[in-house]
Design a protein around this ligand. Sequence first.
Ligand code: ADP
Ligand code: MG
Length: 233
Amino acid sequence: MFFVSLKAENISKRYGSGLLREGKCIFREVSFELEPGKTFGLMGPSGEGKSTLGRIIAGLESPTDGAVLLNGNPLSGMKKAEYAAFRHRVQMMFQDPTDSFNPRKRIEHSISEVLKLLNNQETKRLQSTKEMLKTIGLPEEVLARYPAQLSGGQLQRLALGRILLLEPEYIVLDEPTSALDVSVQAQILHLLKKVQDEQGIGYLLISHDEAVIRFMSERIGMLKKGKLDMIRT
Ligand code: ADP
Ligand code: MG
């Protein structure tokens, strides 16, 4: 299998720096590598920069220093089309699934928006939607519902399902279960593991919850006081 590596190399982030201002350093010289089919767990107290690091790895924000490398190619040097491909290959999933869906549209609308990006034929779209619902364990009826008619767990399943339609190589999961009831949290974590086993997706799992990180991750880093310390290698 072709090995696609996603790497953070000596990444530092400062907010509010300018010509005459030093700004605030969030973290300094952070390095780690993501691998297909595996989970890197990023833990640490709140406010230490976990989400910032996640957004940088997903290409949504730039580091002040250092580089994000996909197969050795720096994100900062990518042309527009290459960057668009990167954004397709590396997806991000957030804490609150209600933010992921337009409250005024039925679920099928939000799903079809993603499918349109893929330029697939109508029959192919229908087929991949059905397969996706099977994967995430929801009945086809949910397509006709509005987000408010679904539970947090169901919506988080759908948020994942919509990402899976894009067949990403990596997903940055930023506190994916923190907004859910404890019983539902475990279901989502098991679903994430199943999907990873079946599709070989690499995860950067961000959580302040050590139990979640330990359960899910092959390798673990702790972001604290501006530094990343490896806890499990
Ligand atoms: P965590 O996810 O670990 O809770 P964050 O990455 O959300 O941490 O935030 C880390 C620090 O960076 C916080 O002190 C936060 O206030 C600051 N921060 C985050 N985003 C910005 C921004 N856009 N501008 C300025 N400061 C920010
Ligand atoms: Mg955060």
